[in-house]
Design a protein. Sequence first.
Length: 306
Amino acid sequence: MSDFSSIKISVLMPVYNAEKYIQAAVESILNQTFTNFEFIIINDGSTDNSLKILEDYAHQDERIRLISRENKGLVATLNEGIAIAQAPLIARMDADDISLLERLKIQKEYMDSHPDVVCLGSQVKVIDGKGRFLIHNDIKQGHDEIVLSALQGVSPIIHPTAMIRLEALKKINGYSIDNYPAEDLALWIDLSEIGQLVNLEMPLLEYRIHDNSISTSSHELQLAKTAEICKRACAKRNIKFEMKTNVGRSGESRLSKFEIILRHGWWAHSSHEWQTAAIYALKAIHLYPFQDGGWRLLFCSFFRRV
């Protein structure tokens, strides 16, 4: 691809040890109905087979700009992608998610007709590691609701659904390492100061949660950093700080995993995905056979009851 001046969208995807899901993620972008984009993929020091898979795709499609180097972390990787992007719009993508076929087309048309919007997200279809549908997420759609949610510590935009104006990202100096691991929340707050934030009601992405999403060693740091970011933003706006989140994922304990398995099972149940709900019920029963939570979910899944 030689003429970067004509590119309308830069899709930015960091990759770290994503070999299990990377093919579906890459193909969901390459198969978009809107085709005038560059696909910036930065392999952030993966130690699995991710790079080999990405190299094969890069040889097949000239829209892919593949960079591979040592591990530098998510924030540095995102800022590196922003620095080399050629298009006026940045579409974020994660290596374990799936963009729906018309995602780029729909988002670009909205951004073109709403020049005051600097960041556009969407609803998602939440899926699990096996690709089973669990639930549609509940999102705030209007700017005021989105900003209030962010100031209360609840990230209002699903990061890999975001389409952001490159000019706006550069104006706020991109992502700050000082805000890690709540860098996306800080980004929405910073962007809200220079333009409108909107979420589309329609789902444009399949957002995957899997075993690696269940726990994180940075839980306490994420909570503390979220509170710090929100306190600072509220003080700047001269409004009362009110934290309404327990962000960060559940811990690594057996009980914590049991609780999140049940949560995902009830999500599937609420979506009338009875078989998936039953699968999660059996997982919960396997962990804690003498607690009634798993058995109740299994009963309700079988008889399709609340």
